[in-house]
Design a protein around this ligand. Structure first.
Ligand code: ARG
Length: 656
């Protein structure tokens, strides 16, 4: 069911006579935006005309007469300056949609050359509960994994857990000084995250303290700069815009420094005034170094710290697993940073042996041409870094799976880390593996700022999911109670449906935004039954199932019978065409690793279904044959919706 692939295949041979690089030309065959221009348009005559200094229209006509499309297209027309408008042959379309309808599973032709992908996603730091920031990596990575395997690629899903970093030094320090044993026994992760926050706040306090002098000095310096700029304005000609601009800049600079000082004093005052923190901060001045020491001890095999780590880790992982179970997320491997520990020394030695490192201030660094600052792989005190682990991880993955590509689904703020990592990997290992940072933007609150709780903490993921499910239950209940013949669902059914809708809403809201943009998290919007939401797709699916129930249709039986789909009405034809474009949406997702191509597709499909349903009677069709044809069309639509949602990690329900 690959219309576009088929069209491109036909054009390929002919285009080779015009240009040796046909891929960009083939890329110019696309679905038409407007049905008046046929179903597909081929616009390559324009660039070819330019390149060959000939009339594009002439080239278009030549191409059209050379390409053999009689069986697929009912009309091939050269229009305007040289567009080629292609209208798919109704019979061919009908055959294609019947093929799909007759198959037990919605499938697309597998890629001709399957590749091996390692997808690094979710990858939370495990010492604290998952928060809203983790949703994006988790659902985008999961969806890309599903899409790539659906297309026939080989996918290794890897959860690169942060289970070894400084955050463990923090909770070990916290545990040694402030643990509440009973609380730990009762709810270990809750206690550990309390300790984590406590230690973090004390560190923040001492950082603020030590920043005071610097901030003060900066303010003085900048005050002097403002004075100077002011004098310059006084001395300059009144039209001299430059000195006025300088003054403005100096004033802005000082306002930044004042704001900075203000935030430091605020941190200090609020910590000292805090009932828990106030009495203890004073005795932990060295906390910053102490935490690093605890981390180093863990890494160097200190018995006590290793034992604590071994005690903490399973609890942390179990807590995270709960979220994965709710969201139906799975991994093939979850090595985590700790797994690579023994490889870090050898990685640095290997970099040294290859002459790729230089020492700077006692630290081992890889200098990279394109970057001002080097990538540090071992600190002066011997500690390895996040980047060192990532180099070891690349090496391990290459040895283990020889992947064609490694995708890192990680927050855009780590952009520079990955640029450096990929640059370092490129000079370290001659390898063809494509390394890609699949970057994404921030989840914002309704106020347009990063989504935080009132107290300024990251919003916990578990609470967020609970809230979504609770709101979905409201939607389901209201909807059910307002049904014309009274409510139909048991409480159990409502709860199950709410579970699918609530989790689906969160995933879909995330996936339907272009991943590189930020988006505003809004329960109302994501839960709406109309519009580009999961609920609308789930509703379209359920609506189709209810047609079958109302008509007491054995749809599997009908599919197995000799009935088939006929495309008589324009709305039927356009629905069928869209159904057959699933594989194009999949190709687009894979092209730039953006699942929102798939949500756009599903939204379009659901809208076309809705127009079909408005324009064509199904159960009250003009004849038995037409009814059967339309039922089958409904069924294949529903199955494509289900498949599409499944590729986004979203479940469907039969009733809503
Ligand atoms: N644990 C990291 C964090 O929470 C993300 C890890 C991403 N993957 C990687 N290979 N660096 O920021």
């Amino acid at each position: 069911m690959k219309i576009l692939t088929e069209l491109r295949a036909r054009f390929r041979e002919v285009l080779e006579n015009y240009d040796s690089d046909v891929e960009p030309l083939l890329d110019m065959i696309r679905p038409s935006q407007d049905a008046r221009f046929g179903d597909y348009q081929a616009n390559m005559a324009m660039p070819l005309g330019k390149k060959l200094s000939r009339q594009p229209r002439e080239i278009a006509s030549e191409i059209v007469s050379a390409v053999n499309m009689d069986d697929i297209c009912s009309q091939v027309e050269v229009a305007g300056p040289g567009f080629v408008n292609l209208t798919i042959n109704d019979q061919w379309l009908t055959d294609q949609v019947n093929d799909l309808s007759n198959s037990n599973e919605i499938q697309i032709d597998s890629v001709v050359q399957p590749k091996t992908f390692v997808i690094d996603y979710s990858s939370p730091n495990v010492a604290k509960p998952m928060h809203v920031g983790h949703i994006r990596s988790t659902v985008i990575g999961d969806s890309l994994s599903r899409v790539l395997s659906f297309a026939g690629h080989n996918v290794i899903r890897d959860n690169h857990l942060g289970d070894w970093g400084t955050q463990f030094g923090m909770i070990i320090y916290g545990y040694k000084h402030f643990a509440d044993e009973d609380a730990f026994k009762e709810k270990p992760v809750k206690e550990l995250s309390r300790l984590y926050r406590l230690v973090n706040q004390i560190i923040g306090y001492w950082n603020a303290k030590s920043g005071l002098d610097g901030a003060q000095a900066t303010i003085e310096q900048r005050a002097a700069a403002v004075e100077q700029a002011r004098d310059a304005v006084g001395a300059a000609d009144p039209d001299d815009k430059k000195s006025a601009k300088n003054l403005k800049r100096a004033e802005t600079q000082i306002s930044y420094a004042t704001a900075w000082l203000h935030s430091l004093t605020e941190t200090i005052e609020s910590t000292e005034g805090d009932a828990t923190l106030g009495p203890i901060v004073g005795s932990h001045e060295q906390i910053g170094t102490a935490v690093l020491t605890e981390t180093a001890k863990l890494h160097n095999g200190d018995e006590e710290n290793v034992a604590l780590w071994e005690e903490f880790l399973p609890h942390c992982r179990a807590d995270i697993q709960k979220i994965y179970d709710r969201l139906d997320i799975r991994f093939d491997v979850e090595y985590g940073e700790s797994f690579y520990h023994d490889r870090l020394g050898p990685v640095v030695s290997d970099l040294e042996a290859k002459g790729l490192t230089r020492e700077s201030d006692g630290a081992v660094c890889v200098f990279l041409d394109e970057f001002e600052t080097p990538m540090i792989v071992r600190k002066r005190d011997g500690a390895f870094l996040y980047a060192t682990t990532d180099l070891a991880t690349i090496q391990y993955r290459q040895e283990t799976w020889s992947p064609d590509a490694m995708l890192y689904v990680v927050d855009h703020r780590q952009g520079e880390h990955f640029q450096k990592l990929f640059a370092a990997a490129a000079i370290w290992q001659a390898s063809e593996t494509e390394l890609q940072h699949i970057s994404f933007g921030t989840v914002l609150g309704e106020d347009g700022r990063p989504f935080k709780t009132r107290s300024g903490d990251a919003v916990g993921l578990e609470g967020l999911l609970d809230e979504a499910v609770a709101r979905a239950l409201d939607v389901v209940t209201t909807n059910d109670e307002s049904k014309p013949n009274g409510a139909e669902l048991t409480n159990e059914q409502r709860a199950h449906i709410a579970d699918c809708i609530g989790h689906g809403a969160i995933k879909y809201a995330d996936l339907s935004h272009n991943r590189t943009s930020d988006y505003v998290f809004s329960y109302e919007k994501m839960m709406a039954l109309e519009g580009n939401t999961a609920a609308y797709m789930q509703y379209s699916y359920a609506r189709i199932q209810s047609i079958f129930r109302r008509g007491e249709i054995d749809i599997d039986g009908l599919r197995a019978s000799f009935s088939s789909i006929a495309l008589e009405q324009p709305a039927e034809r356009s629905l069928a065409l869209t159904i057959l474009q699933l594989s194009e949406a999949i190709d687009q997702v894979i092209e730039d690793y953006r699942p929102n191509h798939l949500t756009n597709y599903l939204f379009d499909l659901a809208k076309r279904f809705s127009s079909f349903f408005e324009q064509c009677h199904v159960l009250r069709a003009e004849s038995e044959t037409i009814m059967q044809s339309r039922l089958l069309l409904c069924d294949v639509t529903a199955r494509v919706i289900r498949t599409g949602l499944d590729l986004l990690g979203i479940r469907v329900v039969d009733k809503m």
